[in-house]
Design a protein around this ligand. Structure first.
Ligand code: PGA
Length: 255
């Protein structure tokens, strides 16, 4: 069985004190209310990671992740953060290829392939984001866009490396807009992604890859989305900034 995962993406929100208290609340709520094998991940701003790592230590199924890393191992890259630095403060995950980074920071598929390699080298699990824009959805190109993001960003990986990847389908038009993809729209793309993995690698790898949905996911729509056969959890932006909402989304997998 593939892993069920609910990951929060705090983006550039919450100062240090607020972030640490929110994380403590989440750790406590998860401890008290979550039953099951689902994994909980919080991807915070990098400056919070060390402290969250200390708190996560005592929580069995809450992990932390970064929202980005640089593609080089180390060196003269002022302002950037490396995979080994992120790993050394206790993170196990890193979001790669979020649409905000593709759109605002010019991250290309080629750069994302390099970031994936360095993440895996340092035992960070990439949560690799793919998804189409509104125009690409409306013109019907979305399957091609998603296939190309997979091919260029990830299909250089060996089968054994690919098994360490978590995917997140995030239609750009649904991120932060309140416009969630319908469960049917999301399921259609998740099934397409799984079929693409089966064609490139094999069915067993496709069946064991966790594919998360992201884009205006909240406690109200999560049950329908997560009950789709190919949706294995969520990457949660806005709703991950409230401990109650985030924990309620995690608890969808309780039953
Ligand atoms: P949202 O963001 O839940 O606020 O739409 C999701 C994301 O960007 O990962």
């Amino acid at each position: 069985m593939r892993k069920k995962i609910v990951a929060g993406n705090w983006k550039m929100n919450l100062d240090y004190q607020t972030g640490v208290s929110l994380f403590s609340e989440i750790v406590n709520m998860v401890k008290d209310e979550v039953i099951g094998q689902q994994e909980v991940v919080v991807c915070s701003p990098a400056v919070h990671l060390y402290s969250l790592g200390q708190l996560a230590h005592s929580a069995t199924n809450v992990s932390i992740g970064a929202q980005n890393i640089y593609q080089a191992e180390s060196g003269a890259f002022t302002g950037e953060i490396s995979a080994s630095q992120v790993k050394s403060v206790g993170a196990d995950y890193v979001i790669l290829g979020h649409s905000e980074r593709r759109a605002y920071f010019g991250e290309t598929d080629e750069v994302l392939a390099e970031k994936t390699n360095v993440a895996l080298k340092h035992q960070l699990t990439p949560i690799f984001c793919i998804g189409e824009t509104k125009e690409e959805r409306e013109s019907g190109q979305f399957f091609d866009v998603i296939k190309s993001q997979l091919e260029k960003g990830l299909f250089h990986l060996s089968e054994s490396d690919f098994t360490k990847i978590v995917l997140a389908y995030e239609p750009v038009w649904a991120i932060g807009t309140g416009l969630t993809a319908s469960p049917e729209q999301a399921q259609e793309v998740h099934a397409f992604i799984r079929e693409t993995l089966a064609n490139q690698y094999n069915q067993a790898l496709a069946d064991s890859t966790s594919i998360l949905y992201g884009g205006s996911c909240n406690p109200t729509n999560a049950p329908d989305l997560f009950s789709q056969p190919d949706i294995d959890g969520g990457l949660i932006g806005g709703a991950s900034l409230k401990s109650r909402d985030f924990t309620d989304i995690v608890k969808v997998f309780n039953s």
